[in-house]
Write a protein that binds this ligand. Structure first.
Ligand code: SOE
Length: 393
């Protein structure tokens, strides 16, 4: 029986649930050198974290993440708390000699991300490893797309075209949850959705962004406070608060390898629930991926016989495709949750081998620098060519 890897999870929201499922499942699917154990989960709300421990199979629970990190029966700290807590928890965990998996984006600010990347580099010299949870990299079709680009199948990459569209706050009466407050979330659609696009563009092409121009918009400027918050103030449900993050972020960029790119992240695309799409155009061909059909990647070979040209739909479910060695027979498909199980597999294998996993905190710092650049560019009003025209032309 492989040795245990004792996990301590911080947070019990959507990501806490996804990570719990992944830790429960990963050693039942992949043949791993270490077996993750769900040792403890930490959260501020005692009733909620006790319920999460029972429901998701954690052996114990803590009211304070600091107490969890102090325990000598914890090897890994998995951070799924809101972004405002990422830096403090990661720095304390690394100093305590715990391996760290931190949800994306790495931090709420560039300064925090720099401190985390520096601490992770020092910790790595002591054999303490860390990774950022850009889970979409673990979608087999996207991992296959990366391999095709790395093998030169698209030639020189000239365009990256990435969009991530949701609509869960299109209703102006949706309450002012933590993701809509800068002090908790750092940014809005930009950091929550745009961070995935920035990381994927680098993951797929190996090219980093060297410069950009951006705009952001907040369509709904204030919202009703969440009932819990109102309850605390004792006032009836009429109190409202200011939205302090972007609802949408759009930016154009140049990449180090010569590609030009467009990025769009919004939570105001009615009907688009989790629609992430990325397309690459190169000198020898193109490919596109749409998360709403996440087992497929479509590839166009510009060097093929014109009479037979067209996009080829590759169903990334063959045993030789990334991660599929452990899953189902061809054509049975994977889902969103499998990206977290695949992520847990990569993390456990890296820890067992003592090899720094990717994406590293340094990769997370790069993404944070792009997010910071977008907000700086948007804040300066971008380089806009004002357009005027005379009526009746
Ligand atoms: C909310 O927008 C969210 O849960 C993101 O935070 C995740 O990263 C994304 O995978 C799904 O949507």
């Amino acid at each position: 029986m492989p040795d245990s890897l004792r996990i301590g999870l911080v947070g019990h929201g959507f990501m806490g649930r996804a990570h719990s499922l992944a830790w429960q499942t990963v050693s039942r699917v992949f043949d791993l050198p270490l077996t993750p154990e769900l040792t403890a989960i930490a959260g501020r709300n005692q009733d909620a974290v006790a319920h999460a421990a029972r429901t998701w199979g954690w052996a114990s629970h803590e009211a304070d993440w600091r107490r969890l990190i102090e325990r000598d029966d914890i090897d890994v700290v998995d951070i799924t708390a809101p972004g405002a807590l990422h830096a403090e928890i990661a720095l304390v965990a690394l100093a305590a000699g715990k391996h760290v998996l931190c949800e994306k984006p790495l931090a709420n600010t560039l300064a925090e991300a720099r401190a985390m990347a520096s601490a992770a580099k020092d910790a790595s010299a002591r054999g303490i490893l860390s990774m950022v949870g850009f889970n979409y990299r673990r979608t087999p079709a996207l991992a296959l797309a990366r391999d095709l680009v790395a093998a030169g199948r698209l030639g020189e990459i000239r365009h990256v075209r990435a969009t991530y569209l949701q609509d869960w706050i299109n209703d102006p009466e949706f309450p002012l949850v933590w993701r809509l407050r800068k002090e908790e979330a750092g940014s809005g659609a930009l950091g929550d959705l745009g961070a995935h696009l920035v990381d994927l563009a680098y993951f797929l092409t190996g090219q980093r962004i060297s410069g950009l121009s951006a705009l952001t918009e907040t369509f709904v400027k204030e919202r009703p406070l969440p009932q819990a918050a109102v309850g605390l103030s004792g006032v009836g449900g009429t109190e409202r608060g200011a939205v302090t993050v972007d609802d949408a972020a759009i930016f154009i960029a140049r990449c180090e390898g010569g590609a030009v790119a467009t990025f769009e992240a919004t939570r105001f695309a009615p009907g688009r629930k989790n629609a992430m799409r990325i397309e690459l155009n190169g000198s020898k061909g193109s490919l596109f991926f749409d998360f709403e059909a996440l087992n497929e990647v479509h590839v166009y070979d510009a060097t093929a016989d014109g009479a037979r040209s067209g996009f080829q739909r590759i169903l990334a479910t063959e045993p030789q495709h990334p991660y599929l060695r452990a899953w189902w027979p061809p054509g049975h498909g994977l889902g969103y949750d499998h990206t977290f199980v695949n992520q847990a597999c990569d993390f456990v294998e890296a820890v067992a081998l003592g090899v720094p996993p990717k994406p590293s905190f340094a990769d997370g710092l790069y993404v944070q620098a792009v997010l910071d650049g977008v907000e700086a560019s948007a804040g300066e009003g971008s380089v806009w060519k004002p357009l005027t025209w005379e009526e009746g032309i």
